[in-house]
Design a protein around this ligand. Structure first.
Ligand code: LLP
Length: 381
């Protein structure tokens, strides 16, 4: 995947760092646009996946909207040119200050997750003499078959409003004068690679829409969230996810009413494959069954393997030896969970070898920490 020139450039850059392939990002964005525009769908990029300035500028230049989950994400999206009318603001615990940021920027929509939140948005909007557009985040109770930490659409999750609360929500909405219901919002989880899970979501949205219709409510916007997964096992086989099948599934199965518009909040599928964490081997240490390759990147730079047992494909970029040996690739942090993979087959690896951890564009750099007083990773493009 990396040319000789790029590897030479890597050798002159202090490790660890994130490397972003902006050409791949652009190719991905072109396909997202082509496939979504076939059906006039709106795509809001989920900033939480990667809010790196260069990445955001590239995404913005393709005309996508923004899906934000904090006041600071709204501010950054605005600074980088995402128009207010394309910014959605989600999150189960929006603070007053963050709600005010949304109101001051006249964003497209607040995705509301509870009755108390609705009343607070109403109060704050009233103080500013504004009407806030809101969508109800409804818990679809659809299984996403992904890691339980990133499943969000089930009734026992903290997210969203449950079906049995809806009557009450509608009654309360009638008393609130400074919020306007414009949409329904759903999200079932992340890293979903089996598209049939989205089929379940479509059918549930149709059912819920029927319920609203019976209550004489047709909202203008339906937002089905994000969640399309990427290929972590064989990234090179599928650098760009199958957006064509993804959008066409919604076109086939989701029943929109006339004039209704469909929105998506995609994060991982847009940026996941364009980022690689580059690290160097510090030491190779003999273990009982395998060797340890101790690298200079750790859970501080990429927490996904430690937190979700996530798999990221690892390559040795500099060893020309084709003898395959087994290594536990681990970081320098004083935690046993600071491991990127066990008994991985790699060419004979020695101190100074350059290691690539693939598919780190989403939820990599954004989740980095300064644990052990380490520096935050730099990025190159
Ligand atoms: N919309 C909502 C309401 C969300 O909660 C999320 C992600 C997205 C959209 C974007 O989902 P995506 O298209 O990226 O799957 N840190 C975890 C992933 C957490 C996802 C949180 N919500 C990981 O590293 O796998």
């Amino acid at each position: 995947m990396f040319s000789f020139e790029i590897i030479e450039r890597f050798k002159n850059t202090p490790t660890p760092f994130y490397y972003y392939n902006l050409e791949l990002l652009k190719d991905t964005l072109r396909i997202v646009k082509e496939e979504s525009e076939k059906y006039n769908y709106h795509v809001h990029y989920a900033l939480k996946a990667n809010s790196n300035v260069e990445i955001l500028e590239t995404i913005q230049s393709y005309g996508l909207g923004a899906d934000c989950v904090s006041g600071n994400e709204i501010t950054r999206a605005k600074e980088l040119g995402f128009p207010s009318e394309k910014i959605a603001f989600a999150g189960v615990g929006k603070s007053d200050e963050e709600i005010n940021t949304g109101l001051e920027n006249d964003i497209f929509c607040f995705n509301c997750e509870s009755i108390p939140e609705l009343t607070v948005i109403d109060e704050l909007a009233q103080k500013k003499n504004k009407i806030a557009n809101i969508a109800l985040r409804i818990n679809p109770n659809v299984e996403a078959n992904t890691h339980h930490y990133i499943t969000t659409g089930l009734e026992e999750n903290k997210f969203g409003i449950n079906r049995w609360e809806l009557e009450n929500v509608l009654e309360i909405l009638q008393t609130l004068k400074n919020v306007k219901l414009i949409g329904l919002h759903f999200h079932i989880g992340s890293q979903i690679t089996d598209l049939s899970n989205f089929k379940g979501l479509c059918l549930r949205v149709n059912e819920i829409q029927k319920w609203f219709y019976e209550h004489q409510i047709i909202v203008k916007h339906i937002n089905v969230g994000g969640g399309l997964g990427i290929n972590y096992e064989n990234p090179k086989q599928e650098l760009i996810p199958d957006f064509s099948s993804y959008f066409s599934l919604f076109n086939d199965l989701l029943e929109l009413r006339p004039q209704q518009e469909l929105h998506f909040e995609l994060g991982r599928s847009i940026v996941g494959q364009c980022g690689t964490l580059i690290s160097k081997v510090l030491y190779v240490k003999k273990g009982i069954n395998t060797n340890f390759a101790i690298i200079d990147a750790g859970m501080t730079e990429l927490i996904r393997p430690a937190l979700y047992q996530a798999f990221h494909k690892i390559e040795n970029l500099t060893s020309i030896d084709d003898v395959n040996e087994r290594y536990d690739v681990v970081g320098p942090i004083c935690e046993s969970s600071d491991s990127f993979g066990k008994a991985l087959l790699l060419p004979t690896t020695t101190r100074g070898d350059m290691i690539a951890i693939n598919s780190c564009g989403a939820y990599g750099e954004v989740m980095a920490s300064q644990y052990n007083l380490r520096k935050l990773p730099k990025s190159i493009y």
